[in-house]
Structure formats: structure tokens, C-alpha cells
Design a protein around this ligand. Structure first.
Ligand code: ASP
Ligand code: MG
Length: 441
């Protein structure tokens, strides 16, 4: 058995759905279980519709038209989608009357995207003579906590999924399961979501729990690339990365996989293959526990924009125990997540997402230290074999120095697979280009 996951752009319209159906059929012998995202930008459109509803306007035209037109073009009749669209209208009407949208309601609302796309695909496959059956995540036992918009799956999922899918795995059930990514239900039966891009996690969870031969996530590019091809056109495919590297890639801006998606498959060692739906024959990139050959010096370069640097300095820190604990407690108090840190004996520099509201935090920090906040920064991350950090950094900094680029902070993650540096946002692309040339060419 294998798991095949297709993201929103892979199922964005009738033509793409037909193409995906043909890929699924090509792998029929491997007994695939399929995980789907919502069609195209449906999740974003649902969120927009929710915002409008809060302000009093109910409008789901975009979502409705996309789904009904697609069904028509595919020549399938899907009353189940029409029912969901009706329910969706009711929900938006409710929101528009209350002028209120809780996280819980937001999750319920975005769940319609995935629920409609699996119904569409199952209907189309069946029409093409390939028996398929759609499942909402909870039908296969995807239970999560109640942390809406970013829920965590509970441990019992490891037992629930095989109970639901074993009969397919052992050949008793003929219909290919088409399962919603991204969504789950909590213990009280309330719909939750696993965070944006969460379908990857749904897929790796199913693959790991089913002890699948392989989990495939299908993209529109040749697997994992050395860097963003929109920044560096010489970016090239990386044949193999480790779970650890993939996790760092996801944390530091690569759009390849959901950051948490490596957690289940890492437990079981199930390989994840990132494949290109436009180039089926290509092997893509495989994510595994350990490199099969020598660990490459540098695997990839990623960047994240919209980062704010917070510099905290205090002579009180010198030799003092618990100073950092106090600082970090303030971040906990204000629920602000830290991305990268560097410290010296009297200062600590750290980065946070620019969207975070820092007012209260800064006020608290200023009680004990001098605080400087600088917005418009970016983190550029080298996913590399940090045991060769001196030679990598020598090459990197020689190249940056030649172009007069000043790196404002540098941090080597304990994971030993990443080195991150902070630069001005407007220099991000240039820095990535310089480093790509210096380290890959
Ligand atoms: N549809 C959801 C999103 O756009 C989940 C996913 O695509 O993985 O975030
Ligand atoms: Mg999506």
C-alpha cells in the first residue's frame, strides 16, 4: 500500500482533476490511499467569505461556481457537494447574523473545501470505472485536540486508522479510499483543522499508521529543489534529504512540506517521496532517515521574509542565573513564538514573525533590559552538514563579503543541519543568489 497526497493546485480545476485521476489509476496496483486538499484556493476563498460574513455579507459565489462548474465539466452529478454548499450558506448566514467568528467556527467553515474535493474525485474516478470511496477524516478516526486552527492529532489515531483502512490494505475492500486532508474532529465531535498546509500531515499520518511502502506528495515541481526557483533559476532537484533536513526546510520557508508532517513518518521510518505531477516518470526527491551515501555539504537554501529582530542587552545578565529564563517567560506570557536565537554573555538577539503584536512584550522586557526592535528582516537558512560549518561559512562569507552584504546575526541550530543568518529584507533574494552560486556551482 502507498499513500498519495495531492495539494490544492493539483486539483484546482476539471483538467487537473482528470490528470490526477490518471496518476492514481497508474498506481492502482500499489493499492493507493489518496489524500486531497481543497480545490485551488478554496481555503483562502472560504476564509474571505467568513470575513465578509462577519461584516454582514453572505457570498460564496466563487466557491460554489468553481465546484458546480467543475462537476459539470467532469460530467459527474454530486448531490453530496450541493448539500455541503447549502450547509455552507446556512453557516455563513449564521455568522453574518452574529457578526462573530470564533476559531472553532472558522475550522468548521474551512472544512468544506476538503470535504467537497474528495467527493468530486471519488465521483470522477467511479465514473471512469475505478471504484473509489470518499472519507471525511473522522471516518477513518482522525481525532485531534481542540486547539482550533492548529490542532494536534491524538495518539489513538495510530490505532484508529488501521481499523478503518486494513480491509482496503488486505484487498477485501476494492474502492480506493479518497480521504480529506487538513481536517479532524476533537473528542467532542467538533471539526478541527491541523493548520494551513496540514494535508501533508494527514498523509504522513495515514502512511505511517498503515505502515505504507511509501508516502507520495505530488507537487508541480521536480520534488525538493536546492532553492526557490523563482529566486534562482539554476535551482536544481535534490534527490534525497533526511527527515531532519526536510523538517528544517519546512520551518525555514520552503513551501515543500508542512513543518509537522515529518513527525509520524519519522517514528516508523516510512519514506516520503515528493513527486512532480507534470513529470510522472521523474523519481522526485525522497525523504528518508539517513543519507544513503555521504552527507552532502549543503543540501538547500531557504529564506523567510517578514521577520523582526529583537535585541535585548543588559549588564544584569553577566554571570547571572535565570536571566534568560526570565526573558523567555515574557515570550511565553505574551504567547509569542521565537524562531532564531543568538546570545552572548550580556545580550540576546532573537527573531519573531513580524505579524506578532509586540507592544506588551517589549514593555515587560524593558523593565529589565535595553531593547531594540528592528523590522523588515529576513532569515536565510543553509540546510547543510553543520559538522563542516567552518568550511561552509568560509565560502559563504567570502562570497557575501565580496558583495558588501552585512549579515546581522547568525545561528547554528542544535539540529546540526541548519545555519541561519539574518539579513535586511530587501537583500534577501540577492543573498540567496550569491549563496547558491558560491555553494552549489
Ligand atoms: N487546504 C488547506 C490549506 O490550503 C490544507 C492544505 O492544502 O494542505 O491550507
Ligand atoms: Mg491549499
Amino acid at each position: 500500500m502507498i499513500v498519495m497526497k495531492f495539494g490544492g493546485s493539483s486539483v484546482a480545476n476539471a483538467e487537473r482533476i482528470k490528470h490526477v485521476a490518471s496518476i492514481i489509476q497508474a498506481y492502482a496496483e500499489k493499492r493507493p490511499a489518496v489524500v486531497l486538499s481543497a480545490m485551488g484556493d478554496t481555503t483562502d476563498h472560504l476564509l474571505d467569505a467568513a470575513d465578509m460574513a462577519v461584516r454582514g455579507t453572505v457570498d460564496i459565489e466563487k466557491v460554489e461556481k468553481l465546484h458546480l462548474d467543475t462537476a459539470k465539466e467532469l460530467g459527474v452529478d454530486v448531490p453530496a457537494i450541493k448539500e455541503l454548499l447549502e450547509e455552507l450558506k446556512f453557516l455563513l448566514t449564521g455568522i453574518s447574523m452574529l457578526h462573530e467568528l470564533t476559531k472553532r467556527t472558522r475550522d468548521y467553515l474551512v472544512s468544506f473545501g476538503e470535504r467537497m474535493s474528495v467527493r468530486m474525485m471519488a465521483a470522477y474516478l467511479a465514473q471512469q470505472g475505478t471504484p473509489a470511496k470518499f472519507y471525511d477524516a473522522w471516518d477513518i478516526g482522525m481525532v485531534s485536540d481542540s486547539n482550533y486552527m492548529s490542532a494536534e492529532l491524538l495518539d489513538e489515531v495510530w490505532e484508529n486508522i488501521p481499523k478503518a483502512l486494513n480491509s482496503y490494505k488486505n484487498g477485501e475492500q476494492k474502492e480506493i479510499p479518497i480521504v480529506t486532508g487538513f481536517i479532524a474532529k476533537d473528542k467532542n465531535g467538533i471539526i478541527t483543522t491541523l493548520g494551513r498546509g496540514g494535508s501533508d500531515l494527514s498523509a504522513t499520518m495515514i502512511g505511517a499508521a498503515m505502515d505504507a511502502e511509501e508516502i507520495q506528495t505530488w507537487k508541480d515541481v521536480d520534488g525538493i529543489l536546492t532553492t526557490d526557483p523563482r529566486i534562482v533559476k539554476e535551482a536544481r532537484p535534490v534527490p534525497e534529504v533526511t527527515y531532519e533536513e526536510a523538517q528544517e526546510l519546512a520551518m525555514f520557508g520552503s513551501q515543500v512540506l508542512h513543518p509537522r508532517s515529518m513527525i509520524p513518518c519519522r517514528k516508523t521510518g516510512t519514506p516520503v517521496r515528493v513527486k512532480n505531477s507534470y513529470n510522472i516518470k521523474s523519481e522526485g526527491s525522497v525523504i528518508v532517515e539517513k543519507h544513503t551515501g555521504a552527507t552532502p555539504r549543503v543540501t538547500a537554501i531557504t529564506s523567510v521574509k517578514n521577520v523582526t529582530l529583537i535585541d535585548i542587552q543588559s549588564s544584569g545578565m553577566f554571570g547571572a542565573a535565570g536571566f534568560l529564563a526570565h526573558i523567555f517567560n515574557q515570550f511565553l506570557k505574551w504567547n509569542i513564538s521565537i524562531d532564531v536565537i543568538a546570545t552572548s554573555e550580556v545580550s540576546v538577539s532573537l527573531t519573531v514573525n513580524t505579524k506578532a503584536n509586540l507592544e506588551g512584550l517589549i514593555e515587560d522586557l524593558e523593565r529589565v533590559a535595553e531593547v531594540n526592535v528592528k523590522a523588515c528582516k529576513s532569515i536565510v537558512t543553509l540546510i547543510c552538514d553543520a559538522s563542516h560549518s567552518s568550511s561552509i561559512l568560509a565560502d559563504a562569507f567570502a562570497a557575501l563579503n565580496k558583495e558588501n552584504i552585512n549579515v546581522q546575526m547568525i545561528s547554528q541550530g542544535a539540529s546540526k543541519v541548519n545555519i541561519s543568518m539574518l539579513v535586511d529584507s530587501d537583500q534577501t533574494n540577492q543573498v540567496v543568489q550569491i549563496l547558491h552560486t558560491a555553494l552549489f556551482d
